[in-house]
Design a protein around this ligand. Structure first.
Ligand SMILES: C[S@@+](CC[C@H](N)C(=O)[O-])C[C@H]1O[C@@H](n2cnc3c(N)ncnc32)[C@H](O)[C@@H]1O
Length: 286
């Protein structure tokens, strides 16, 4: 753990508390005391980038409402770890589920999409189920962090990011970079066309995703983001998600995000996969 004396900038307890309150109020991200070093090192980069010499000056800039730095501040405080086909069992279940869907189009909201690996994994699963890029599936990929949204819509990854995919998947879904782009891969345009990236803050009272959905969502992926929220924030968010999900739709959550506190809203249907709590048992499977 870095001692305060070894630090390049003074970062007081009061500075940490202020950052903590701002990001909690804006994004619901609850930073505990153990995150102090992480917050320091991520924001120290912003001080260097802006040329400011103290956290007091930096936080004054943030308080002043500087839109550009506010966005960079928020982006710095999100954690974006993700992977293609992360928690692979969800994609097996998704494929089975897609086979049973009759209404068109099938709309899936990936609500913490990070750098795009998750929504592209959903789209790849759909192509495999429907046998082509004309699969009747639209993936809405949203996140709070504007940097990751840009990376997702660029769809460029280092080759090692896709090494766990089969050879056939690598060929079907990615273009290999050459020359300057050697070692990089890019999502094929046909796959990219199935995924639409835009910003949604899950803490906001109104979600732009609502205007994109007619007739409800077939599935919602909300994985590995609730871990950053406290239970009341999780519950409020889940309550808002519920009416967006079709009566027989599915909610996929992360491996450590059991919804014991929201059993009035959703009930377990499979490993970290939920359905509406009030459905007659077994009805979503028909
Ligand atoms: C650890 S990543 C999870 C990525 C992906 N869902 C997965 O499971 O691999 C968490 C993501 O949640 C996003 N996030 C954090 N707070 C958010 C909020 N209030 N609204 C929307 N996205 C948020 C972060 O920017 C980050 O990209």
């Amino acid at each position: 753990m870095a001692e305060a004396t070894q630090r390049e900038f003074v970062f007081s307890r009061r500075d940490f508390e202020e950052v903590r309150k701002m990001i909690y109020d804006h994004a619901g991200i609850a930073l505990n005391d153990a995150k102090e070093d992480m917050v320091y090192s991520r924001l120290a980069r912003r001080l260097r980038a802006t040329g400011l010499r103290s956290f007091q000056e930096y936080l004054a800039l943030i308080r002043s409402g500087d839109a550009v730095e506010w966005e960079a501040f928020v982006n710095s405080l999100t954690t974006n770890l993700t992977d293609f086909f992360r928690e692979a069992h969800h994609f097996h279940l998704l494929k089975e589920f897609l086979h049973t869907r009759h209404e068109r189009p099938i709309t899936i909201w990936c609500s913490a999409a990070s750098t795009g690996e998750e929504p592209y994994s959903i789209a790849m699963s759909a192509v495999e189920v429907f046998g082509g890029f004309n699969a009747p599936v639209q993936v809405l990929a949203t996140d709070l962090d504007t940097n990751v949204l840009k990376k997702g819509s660029d769809g460029m990854y280092t080759q090692d990011r896709i090494k766990k995919l089969t050879e056939a998947q690598q060929r079907q879904f990615f273009l290999k970079g050459t020359g300057d782009r050697a070692g990089m891969v890019k999502v094929k345009p046909e796959l990219a066309a199935m995924v639409k990236f835009f910003q949604v803050n899950l803490l906001d009272a109104s979600w732009p995703v609502v205007g994109q959905v007619r007739g409800g969502l077939d599935a919602i992926f909300c994985r590995n983001v609730m871990i950053y929220f406290d239970k009341p924030t999780q519950y409020t968010m889940l309550k808002k998600m519920k009416p967006l999900l079709k009566p027989d739709g599915l909610l996929f959550v992360g491996h450590s995000e059991a919804l014991y506190h929201a059993t009035d809203l959703f009930r377990l249907r499979g490993q970290t996969v939920y359905e509406h709590a009030e459905l007659p048992h077994g009805s979503a499977r028909k």
